[in-house]
Design a protein around this ligand. Sequence first.
Ligand code: ADP
Ligand code: MG
Length: 700
Amino acid sequence: MRVQFLKGVGPRMASIFGARDIFTLKDLLYFFPRKYEDRSQLSLVKNLSEGNSASVELTVHQAFMRPLRGRFSKLFEVKAFDQEKQWISLKWFRIFKGFEAKFEPGTKIIATGAIKAFGSIREMIHPEIQFDLEDDVNVGRIVPVYTEIDGVPTKTLRRILDTALNLGVPALKEELPSFFLKRHRLPPLPAAIREVHFPSENHSKGNGSDFTSFKSPAHQRLIYEEFFKFEYHMLSRRMDLKKEQGHALDSEKLKKSMDLLRSKLPFTLTKGQEATLQEISKDVVESHPMNRLLQGDVGAGKTAVAFVSALAFMDQGYQVAFMAPTEILAEQHFQNILKVFGADVPAKLLVGKTTNAERKLIQGLLDENRPALIIGTHALIEDPVKFKNLGYVIIDEQHRFGVDQRRKLREKSMIQPHTLVMTATPIPRTLALTAYGDLAVSLIRERPPGRTPIQTKLVRGPEHGKMIEFIKAELRAGRQAYFIFPLVNDSEEESFKHLKSAVTSAETLANEVFPEFKVGLLHGQLPPADKAKIMERFRSNEVQILVSTTVVEVGVDVPNATIMVIEHPERFGLSQLHQLRGRIGRGKHASTCFLKTDRPQHLPTPERLEVMCETEDGFLIAEADLELRGPGEFLGTRQSGALPFKIASLVRDQEWLIKAREDVLELLKQDPELKSADSKPFKTYLENSGKLDSAHLKTS
Ligand code: ADP
Ligand code: MG
């Protein structure tokens, strides 16, 4: 049934719901509360202790506005008493128009908030007030709080949901295999849905805390359900890929190629690099396409793995596409591979600035069906270049691309190529299982030997001089430095006015601070040819100081650079800071990263910056980042659509994700065709939702 036909919902409200992707009665039932307020326990004033939160039923005695000196100009105060005539004071520094008029002396209210003690007087600052004490949906119980929908008052929303539940719940059918529900002692779907919207008596009268923290059986059931469906989708897709026909490499030849290529490298591969090459070797001799994620912290040496495996494919006549997120990076890879493996490697660069003549040449090479390595940016996808024999796709810095782009590149060939995606943003385990759940994972844990750890220091105004002296000494010793700014140009905009920009600062640094050294300027608005030129001059140490925006964030590799100064580090996310810092600490000399904050001394250091100073471990940083920002932000806008969770939280509910994943694997193994009576509800769910199109079900 469509929401529009629900009592109390007309066409207008239906279109408001529609904008929220709520179309059917069922969608509405799955519009879960964002949080709860426990109004089930009413306290007495005498029992309130400082720091706790509580709800108190009160009678208003007096309400008045008081002028204040200082930051807030006014204070609105309500004096009220409870049934034992104990006093409490409620205070607001900001109120809506007309709010004060509601506190007529004698009015009965329920105030909910944190308790403070002011001398012997208890008070609440900015408490939430309920005026309508007869309202049994909103008072005296655990109350659901929904994400606000403009144009639908909260109380209306609760009433609509009440109607929807009465109508919709009896029609709900179980959707999960009963075996797993029993295993985890989870309640059936209809009961769980009802319960999370309007908790039963049981929760409303005490022991509500596991309920309000989403830990009640009803919550766990729905969280598990979301993860279960999601993991099923991911893992069955992975199984489908295994059924798909791919290019199988000759394993003898592969081994020989790899041995030879390895010997051409200027270093010995680390254990992690070797293990990854082994994993790739094992996959690509199979006749179905590989789909592998290579995870390795910045500087772990992922490129070498990519090169060796790419060239091994070419040894067997295949064409290879290697996609990087920026031109600078594509160019760097291109130069590197020629440097390490010789100028006769048939590698070509395909980026925005590539001329038409060169493009024709590339197409010609591909048309001849000869082995080739095309290194490029997303131009690789957009360009009409056609591969004749695309055997292998490598995507560097995968987190910079969408899941879609991965697919598009693979679709450049009739037969699915093997795919290796690499990322330097270490993905927390939970995300690796979700956003990247259809991929097999390789991990490079250690860094190449001989690196010295990076020291990270927070620099405030007064320490600036000392920092400059330190940098000068390093530069005189032959090292190089990055200066990173959040803006290209100075900005007039209010919220950016105080920020230093790359362009202006490059001038100052060159003329006033470091006159004896050469300063280069790099930012995204420069023409590609200029960017390449600047990078080249920095790489060859013609330029000692590179002033840049975050365009150097990914991949850039200049081992002689040992200093990084990041201006306004509070403007950057944690993962971004870690990426930036990864530009240094790549050679044998000790490196230092300065986070130059203009935050006054008395303000606490933002947590992010503290994390940066404490650890270099990309996995710890990624976990912290996930906690601080949540998965949507963490993955970036390009990928947030990859996570369709309505009630489950990757941070809070990790254990359920793991359980669901294990269960799905078990199901795919025990009953891949969903034939058992136990699996029936799930099969019906898949059929009804149009999700039963997995090849592994069709083919068997
Ligand atoms: P990332 O994993 O961040 O892409 P790179 O592939 O750019 O890292 O490698 C970082 C640096 O480490 C490069 O200068 C590379 O030449 C060097 N490197 C890679 N592997 C090794 C190794 N096994 N021993 C020594 N140096 C290595
Ligand atoms: Mg890299």
